[in-house]
Ligand binder design. Structure first.
Ligand code: S3P
Length: 426
């Protein structure tokens, strides 16, 4: 695995786009495969995770062709898919595995899903329980908690579930299973999580409604073919936004980025910290809000965050720790226990590595506490093979004195293969 060596940046300037949104790309590929007719997906994510989803869908018999940047998917309706002749490997991608569980629960065939070492350690009972509770048949290792998973497709009647924790992957899996059910379908979430599934199903003509935190499907459950333009990934843009804010003299424009309000928690937080941010050219694209994010270097003050904001910036929290080291005062992040069960234990990982760089940061059970500002210094840091830890530490290295090493940094390809090239060009 490749290490990278990074040292202080002095000024970033210019404009760029970022690759297509990872969450939205997974959904676009799955939904197009079970749509009625030919769908075109533009700006499909270059993330390895999203290639994994395409590979799994092909193994399930989906007809997916690439032409340049566009992907054409020939769907034949909800019953398009067929039994794969081998195990499906979901790699590092939790979204692929969890959404596929929902998609496959109501099919007329069986499937086995596995993943890499990290994915095989992540909790799958959160998916198995709601689906099995509604009549599906899914088994996993260690008392049905871990992958590999075996799914014996079965016909489903009612699919009704109340989520104990906010998770868009669980919500989406339940809704996907619901497409194949012939009874009532209703999901209740404790706090709003990212709503790309709901938006995309509505865009494809599915009868879907939200009332408060309850989402239900009506009678129309087949998907029309669609042309879909995937917005730039705000979770990738986040690392560039942080560089724009933290590197003196910087001024950046990030074009055509998805600014769905269930994903913009980082922007809300940064505004509270006194960041100089602006959104231009805001418009809807394929039922998702999109805009250009303009950012420049600014002095930041500490904030306290928790509660309903957390699901809106869950993937950005390792980066929040880095930003907080440069803000005046004590930053407190709480209610983020979910961070411990991502691709790595992201609380332990970011706190341990930032300490090596001189940050004043401590773990709490469900978050971390940072006192700033502190100058960071070079260190040899572990990525834990976690793409977002590698990128957050890279931002830290670019504002630190001396030359840092980020070990096994090629894991950034999981979500943002162009990360180092784009930062370099800016
Ligand atoms: C995702 C949902 C979130 C997020 C993950 C992608 C999705 O996970 O952290 O990176 O695409 O639905 P949870 O559903 O576990 O919160």
């Amino acid at each position: 695995m490749a290490d990278v060596r990074l040292s202080k940046l002095h000024r970033l300037n210019g404009e760029t786009t970022v690759p297509g949104d990872k969450s939205i790309s997974h959904r676009a590929a799955m939904f197009a495969a079970i749509g009625d007719g030919v769908s075109t997906i533009k700006n499909y994510s270059s993330a390895i995770d999203c290639q994994t989803t395409l590979d799994c869908m092909r193994s399930l018999g989906a007809d997916i062709r690439r032409s340049g940047q566009d992907i054409h998917v020939h769907g034949r309706g909800l019953r398009t898919l067929s039994e794969p002749d081998d195990v499906l490997n979901c790699g590092n991608s939790g979204t692929t595995m969890r959404l596929l569980c929902g998609l496959l629960a109501g099919q007329h065939f069986s499937t086995v899903l596995t993943g890499d070492a990290s994915l095989r350690r992540r909790p799958m009972d959160r998916i198995i329980k709601p689906l099995v509770g509604n009549g599906a048949e899914i088994y996993g290792r260690q008392s049905n908690r871990l992958a590999p998973l075996f799914i014996r497709g079965k016909s489903l009647t009612d699919v009704i579930y109340e989520l104990p924790v906010a998770s868009s992957q669980v919500k989406s899996a339940v809704l996907l299973a619901g497409l194949y059910a012939d009874g009532n379908v209703q999901v209740t979430e404790p706090v709003a999580s990212r709503d790309h599934t709901e938006r995309m199903l509505a865009y494809c003509g599915v009868d879907i409604h939200r009332s408060g935190n309850v989402i239900s499907l009506g009678k129309i459950r087949q998907l029309a073919a669609h042309d879909f333009q995937v917005p730039g990934d705000i979770s990738s843009a986040a690392f560039l936004i942080a560089l724009g804010l933290l590197v003196p003299g910087s001024h950046l424009r990030l074009k055509d980025v998805g600014i769905n309000p269930t994903r913009t928690g980082l922007l809300t937080m940064l505004e509270k910290m006194g960041a100089d941010l602006r959104i231009d050219n805001e418009r809807p694209v394929s039922n998702e809000p999109v805009g250009d994010i303009v950012v420049q270097n600014a002095k930041l003050r500490a904030v306290e965050i928790g509660g309903t904001l957390i699901p809106k910036l869950i993937d950005e929290l390792p980066l929040v720790a880095v930003i907080a080291t440069q803000a005046e005062g004590r930053t407190i992040v709480k209610d983020a226990l979910e961070l411990r069960i991502k691709e790595s234990d992201r609380i332990a990982a970011i706190v341990g590595e930032l300490k090596k760089m001189g940050a004043s940061i401590e773990e709490s059970d469900d978050g971390f506490i940072v006192d700033g500002p502190t100058p960071l210094h070079a260190a040899v840091c572990k990525s834990y093979d976690d793409h977002r830890i590698a990128m957050a530490l890279s931002v830290a290295a670019w504002i630190a004195d001396g030359e840092s090493t980020i070990q096994d940094a090629d894991c950034v390809g999981i979500s943002f293969p162009e990360f180092y090239d784009i930062a370099h060009n800016l």
